[in-house]
Design a protein around this ligand. Structure first.
Ligand code: SER
Length: 314
């Protein structure tokens, strides 16, 4: 079938790597990037600008292109969400609802990004199950639980083919994350290479689920290409690869950059990190659509450093 794909948040941490993969697979002319404020000068492809909270504007865009799939990635992350809770609700929930409405009316397959932030202090911290207590304390987590419930509701009530992943902290070198709690796991690479030192905003024993971006993008495409009957979760799939403490990451990077010095000065983001799981059970994703990660901590670290050095040399 001829696909026409819309990506919101196309220049964020995930979008900037997902869009080129979609362009390769479906052709540049069939992938439309919906930018908002920050549009990279070197973007090559089909571009629109707009606000995901504006129903009329979005409907016009859908009329113009006749999309068959949407990847709705536009979202505020956890740390910035605490600074702007109203905006986080508006973008993350009201924005999503517009896409749920339009996609269910027009029978369009929808992907939406959820997060490990749906878990909270009352969720089991180790091997957090797919179905468990969801009592997040951050506004970001609250928007993601709400969004997941809406997705399931639209699937059950209107038959919408909506699919979603609870991404862990994502580690990538192309685009930096914008205001999340897991950002230290990316920042440390930049600072290690540029300065040989880093001040980490969570404690050294903080352990969180993480994933290299290549795995995250591959998982996203696997889920979207799975047969509808194989999808048993219409909230959002637990999606995991590895878990490590900040100290373990420091030690792995030091194998490549021996002079690296890291100080640990936890700030308010520690409070969010403390409520998120250490490890996630993603066996449902593995069973339903064959999810399997490729990158472990040593491979990811090697790739990050090589790619970042190349990028910074330019
Ligand atoms: N990386 C995200 C954040 O820290 C988690 O979804 O906000």
């Amino acid at each position: 079938m001829h696909e026409k794909i819309l990506v919101t948040g196309p220049f964020g941490q995930i979008g900037s790597e997902l869009v080129p993969k979609l362009q390769e697979r479906y052709g540049k002319e069939n992938v439309v990037a919906l930018g908002h404020r920050h549009i990279p000068d070197d973007f090559q492809g089909s571009l629109e600008t707009g606000d995901v909270r504006d129903m009329d504007e979005m409907k016009k865009l859908f009329d113009k292109y006749g999309f068959t799939q949407v990847y709705h990635l536009a979202s505020l992350l956890s740390a910035v969400g605490e600074k702007k809770p109203e905006l986080a609700w508006d973008v993350n929930v009201n924005g999503l609802k517009i896409f749920l409405d339009i996609c269910s009316e027009r029978n369009i397959k929808l992907f939406w990004a959820s997060s490990i932030a749906v878990f909270g202090p009352t969720s089991p911290m180790e091997n957090t199950p797919q179905h468990t207590i969801l009592e997040p304390t951050s506004i970001y987590g609250i928007t993601k639980v709400t969004g997941e419930l809406l997705c399931k509701y639209y699937h059950e009530r209107y038959g919408l083919d909506v699919r979603s992943l609870r991404y862990p902290g994502l580690i990538s070198w192309k685009e930096e994350p914008g205001g999340g709690t897991t950002d230290y796991a990316v920042e440390i690479f930049y600072e290690a290479i540029e300065e040989g030192k880093y001040t980490c905003f969570v404690s050294q024993e903080t352990k969180l689920p993480m994933m290299y971006m290549d795995d995250a993008v591959r998982g996203t495409l696997m889920l979207m290409e799975a047969e509808p009957d194989d999808i048993t979760i219409r909230m959002s799939y637990n999606h995991a690869a590895l878990s490590f403490t900040a100290k373990e990451l420091e030690e792995e990077i030091r194998k490549h950059i021996p002079e690296l010095r890291v100080d640990y000065v936890p700030d308010e983001r520690q409070n969010i990190a403390d409520t998120w799981p250490d490890t996630i059970d993603d066996s449902t994703a593995r069973k339903d659509w064959g999810w399997d990660h490729e990158f472990d901590l040593p491979n990811m670290t090697k790739e990050m450093i090589a790619n970042l050095k190349r990028k910074m040399a330019k």
